[in-house]
Ligand binder design. Structure first.
Ligand SMILES: NC(=O)c1ccc[n+]([C@@H]2O[C@H](COP(=O)([O-])OP(=O)(O)OC[C@H]3O[C@@H](n4cnc5c(N)ncnc54)[C@H](OP(=O)(O)O)[C@@H]3O)[C@@H](O)[C@H]2O)c1
Length: 235
């Protein structure tokens, strides 16, 4: 209740995130060779979640590596979106503090909904100019992206009420550290990637004390096939 009241007053969207994760907590291989490892059920689950979101947020590396266009998942999910009172396609948001995202990336070739790039003053003038040709670029912060301000802006200017973060680990880690993730959807997949350097769901600055760590409550857990679909809500 306390959290809901806080969120209502915060002027930001409800933020939920979704990841497929191996049994050892990895979300990809250490090297950026993108290979989806969740089942088709997990993929459907992702699209179902997207169909409840006004906007989808991804980090620059995820957009680059996965070549995602952050679409609506096709006709079935388009209808679900309309039923949920949402627009046909989600608003698409990319976090790129240095503006490193390639203006020729796939995502900019699809024009079904606006693409917004959240960046910082670290972006070069040339980068800003070329990205402004393909997206709405907004600066929040000097060196670090101020996500508190960015989320409030998304709520106010774009009426984003539900924002789905689809990774990767650097972006999501920042949101977790800032206390900005309200609900976490994890699909635990029956694989182990191993290795110290494979990304996890929270690869930004970590916590150093148990008392300060991000805390969640298990809201639900369902085993389907060989996967476990868990939902955690922020305490
Ligand atoms: N299994 C899954 O469900 C899943 C989901 C998504 C992604 N992935 C995997 O995760 C990997 C990518 O994750 P990643 O952690 O390397 O990258 P990421 O979080 O997707 O993107 C990192 C980039 O986003 C920008 N960014 C993130 N946090 C920022 C902050 N606080 N301030 C400013 N900019 C920020 C920066 O862009 P600039 O460099 O432009 O500053 C940064 O380099 C890929 O291998 C992908 O396949 C897996």
């Amino acid at each position: 209740m306390k959290q809901k009241a806080t969120l209502r007053n915060s002027g930001r969207p409800f933020v939920f995130s979704n990841f497929a994760m191996t049994a050892d907590g990895k979300i990809a291989f250490a090297k950026d060779n993108f290979i989806p490892f969740g089942s088709t059920r997990d993929h459907r689950h992702m699209m179902e979640l997207r169909a409840t979101a006004d906007a989808v947020l991804s980090g620059a590396r995820t957009v680059e590596v996965t070549e995602t266009v952050l679409g609506n998942g096709g006709e079935k999910f388009r209808r679900q979106r309309l039923k949920n009172g949402l627009s046909e396609f989600p608003l698409r948001i990319i976090a790129s503090g240095s503006g490193s995202i390639d203006p020729d990336a796939n995502i900019f070739k699809k024009h079904f909904s606006p693409v917004i790039i959240l960046t910082t003053e670290r972006i070069s003038k040339a980068g800003l100019k070329s990205l402004r040709r393909v997206a709405d670029v907004k600066i929040f912060g000097e060196k670090e992206l101020d996500f508190h301000a960015a989320l409030r802006w998304l709520r106010k200017e774009w009426n984003v009420r539900r924002l789905l973060c689809e990774g990767g680990g650097a972006l999501h880690g920042t949101l977790i550290h800032a206390g900005l993730v309200d609900e976490l959807h994890l699909t635990l997949c029956p694989r182990i990637f191993g290795g110290r350097h494979a990304p996890t769901i929270a690869d930004a600055q970590g916590f150093l004390k148990l008392a300060e760590s991000a805390q969640f409550r298990l809201a639900s857990a369902r085993a389907k096939g060989d996967e476990l679909f868990a939902v955690f809500t922020a305490k």
